[in-house]
Design a protein around this ligand. Structure first.
Ligand SMILES: *Cc1c(COP(=O)(O)O)cnc(C)c1O
Length: 222
């Protein structure tokens, strides 16, 4: 299925210059990614390690690959040499493995901590207290964490028709983001990754700096 160029331009218009668009290309073929690449898109998001490795090997080297899925510790080493940003870090254990593998690869890995904001039980992420614990652990011993840089937060809202409820979830995440990131270092280089095809406008209204959009651009996944 061809990409939806009109939707792409529409999203770019709505989010403006200040918000980064990550085009979520999971399950979609390389040719679809190239079609969007030819429109100037460089940030792409993938959920599965094996699929990301194959696409990375096959596609232009100036693509910024975002890992947005649930990352297993034993697969960190495979993507760490090239991944641009890991969105879904939800435990100190995973962060530790990222730090270790990044040190081995001689780089500093940029990551986002995933916060659980949705009603649904099934979504991954830290609660507010766990977020506090992870940040305290890392910030109290920077030398031990020299190969990871926590750039901000990521979250997924409920799949709900209730726009008010979804918006409130994004609002909660924005407040945590401001408390833990913006307040300390200013807004410049911090990232708040929230908003998908169905709810990105609400996310942007609540202060998202990065949206992750798949089906709107590439069509429904099978
Ligand atoms: C699949 C996925 C998206 C994109 O979802 P769409 O509804 O297709 O835009 C965004 N974020 C995460 C974490 C995903 O897994």
């Amino acid at each position: 299925m061809p990409i939806n160029k009109e939707a792409y331009l529409g999203v770019k218009r709505v989010i403006g210059e200040a918000t980064v668009l990550v085009a979520v290309s999971k399950t979609k073929p390389a040719e679809d990614i190239l079609a969007l690449y030819d429109e100037g898109q460089r940030d792409f998001g993938e959920n599965y390690v094996q699929e990301l490795l194959e696409k990375h090997a096959q596609l232009p080297s100036d693509i910024r690959w975002h890992f947005i899925g649930h990352l297993q510790s034993n697969k960190v080493k495979n993507i760490i040499p090239f991944v641009y940003l890991i969105h879904g870090v939800d435990s100190l254990r995973l962060l530790k493995e990222i730090n270790k593998q990044a040190a081995k690869a001689g780089r500093i890995a940029d990551v986002l901590l995933q916060v659980h904001i949705a009603e649904e039980e099934t979504k991954f992420g830290l609660d507010a207290a766990e977020l506090d614990e992870v940040l305290t652990a890392v910030r109290s011993d920077p030398a031990a964490w020299a190969n990871v840089r926590i750039r901000g937060l990521m979250g997924m809202a409920s799949f709900s028709e209730d726009r008010g409820a979804v918006r409130a979830e994004f609002h909660t995440l924005k407040q945590l983001f401001d408390a833990h990131f913006t307040a300390l270092t200013g807004p410049a280089s911090n990232i708040l990754s929230m908003g998908m095809s169905g709810d990105y406008q609400l996310a942007v209204a609540e202060g998202s700096t990065m949206v992750r959009i798949g089906s709107l651009l590439f069509g429904k996944r099978g």
